[in-house]
Design a protein around this ligand. Structure first.
Ligand code: FAD
Length: 399
């Protein structure tokens, strides 16, 4: 293999390129990015960048010198537009790029709500540009309405409260984060929002957004906001693969080795849908740690070839910072039982476990970073429920 092209100069693309070099690949590496800026830290966007604690320029992960040292040809502002697997070429606006090996890491794009009405612009938050626009807008407004109480919507709410704005969060589900953490944990997250003065309306849908950020709900209620932000999830960036012959179904469909259906083609990060052997289920996640770990595995598998490859079993780990509380989760929330095993939800400092059958399949924590990481290891080791509870009882998990 002489030429490897990595498409997507985000976190997974960066880490894949670095992993290829670390593994001793000596050929040409091209890292192709759609944005005008090199890989940067997205988690900071909804937190320190919005609150003004971090300068946007400080989110950039690596210097130009780093890419030169690594002999990675970083091409920015140059999106891949097509993939021809027969001739092994990635199409770009600057011509075709031939490859012997390909890693796709194009991430996802934030969704905008399909609502009626002529309105002032609806903000969203995926890119540094989005963050700068929102950061500039927030101080000029009084009342921000956030559509969606997932991790990103909730973090925007927290940052906006910190800046002194009135905040209303609208959520279609019965509680924030209910889809990823279940109803019980979602209710605790709802209490955290309310404790900090955020108005939360769950089980609601937006009917229209009127000029000036006034939001009309499906039941006729009006929320008198003056700035609207959508935090309603993201769509995997697979448009450029339309004629490639690869399978796309809410993500680029890969096998357990992160292979996308051609011997020389792997993928990593938010764009990937793969059967996760740890939980026996098909998943696509939008998480920092998953992007890093998948990038490493995709690079290793591409270089190893069919006989040396290993499957990728991800533990589905995520953290979020809201109102000064560190929220973390690992594993899955599709469970038969959720149990608080330590701490106090009322104080927003606790650890909860999820049981599926006789196995520990998930953990959720507020301000319990060490216990959560210990629990993550138990989930990765496929620990039984009884064993996990006895480890908690023996004092091995809680700080
Ligand atoms: P991205 O980081 O999206 O990178 C993909 C890159 O590919 C982009 O730069 C994109 O422009 C580029 N691209 C797309 N299409 C093309 C194309 N056709 N050709 C070339 N390039 C292309 N995770 C956590 O675990 N904890 C957090 O607290 C957390 N906070 C977050 C806050 C925000 C606001 C956001 C947006 C995400 C957050 N995440 C968090 C998620 C985490 O940042 C992502 O999981 C991670 O960035 C995924 O990396 P990626 O490389 O797969 O995708």
């Amino acid at each position: 293999m002489k030429r490897i092209v990595v498409v997507g100069a985000g976190l997974a693309g960066l880490r894949a390129a670095e992993a290829l070099r670390r593994a001793g690949f000596d050929g040409a590496i091209t890292l192709l990015g759609a944005e005008q800026i090199g890989p940067y830290d997205r988690p900071a966007l909804s937190k320190q960048v919005l609150t003004g604690e971090k300068d946007p320029a400080d989110t950039v992960y690596r210097s130009d010198a780093h890419f030169a040292d690594l002999r990675v040809d970083l091409r920015l502002g140059q999106p891949a537009t097509a993939l021809d697997l027969t001739s092994r070429k990635v199409g770009t606006s600057d011509g075709d790029l031939p490859f012997d090996g390909l890693i796709m890491a194009t991430g996802a794009t934030a969704r905008l709500p399909a609502v009626e009405g002529k309105s002032s612009p609806i903000h969203r938050l995926r890119t540094l540009e989005d963050a700068q626009a929102l950061r500039n807008a927030l101080p000029e407004h009084r009342h921000v309405v956030i559509i969606g109480a997932g991790f990103i919507g909730s973090e925007i709410a927290s940052s906006a409260r910190m800046l002194g704005l009135e905040v209303t969060v609208l959520e279609a589900a019965a509680a924030p984060l209910a889809r990823v953490a279940g109803r019980q944990m979602g209710e605790i997250c709802a209490a955290l929002h309310r404790e900090h003065g955020t108005r939360l309306i769950c089980g609601t849908r937006v009917a229209s957004i009127e000029g000036g950020g006034r939001v009309r709900l499906a039941d006729g209620r009006i929320v008198e906001g003056d700035l609207v932000v959508a935090g309603i999830g993201a769509v995997p960036e697979t448009g450029w693969l339309a004629d490639s012959g690869l399978t796309v179904a809410d993500g680029l469909v890969c096998d357990p080795f992160l292979n996308a259906g051609h011997p020389a083609v792997y993928a990593a990060g938010d764009v990937v849908r793969w059967p996760n052997p740890l939980f026996g289920t098909s998943m696509r996640t939008e998480q920092w740690t998953n992007a890093v770990e998948q990038a490493r595995r995709a690079a290793a598998n591409l270089l190893a070839g069919p006989r040396g490859r290993k499957p990728y079993a991800g533990v589905n780990y995520f953290w979020s910072d809201q109102y000064g509380v560190r929220i973390q989760s690992a594993g899955i929330a599709a469970a038969d039982e959720v149990r608080i095993v330590g701490g106090s939800p009322a104080e927003f400092r606790f650890l909860a476990y999820y049981r599926k059958g006789d196995r520990l399949v998930g953990a959720f924590a507020m301000d319990q970073p060490v216990p959560l990481i210990r629990s993550k290891l138990l989930i990765e080791a496929r620990t039984s429920w009884d064993e996990a509870l006895s480890r908690v009882k023996a004092g091995e998990i809680l700080a």
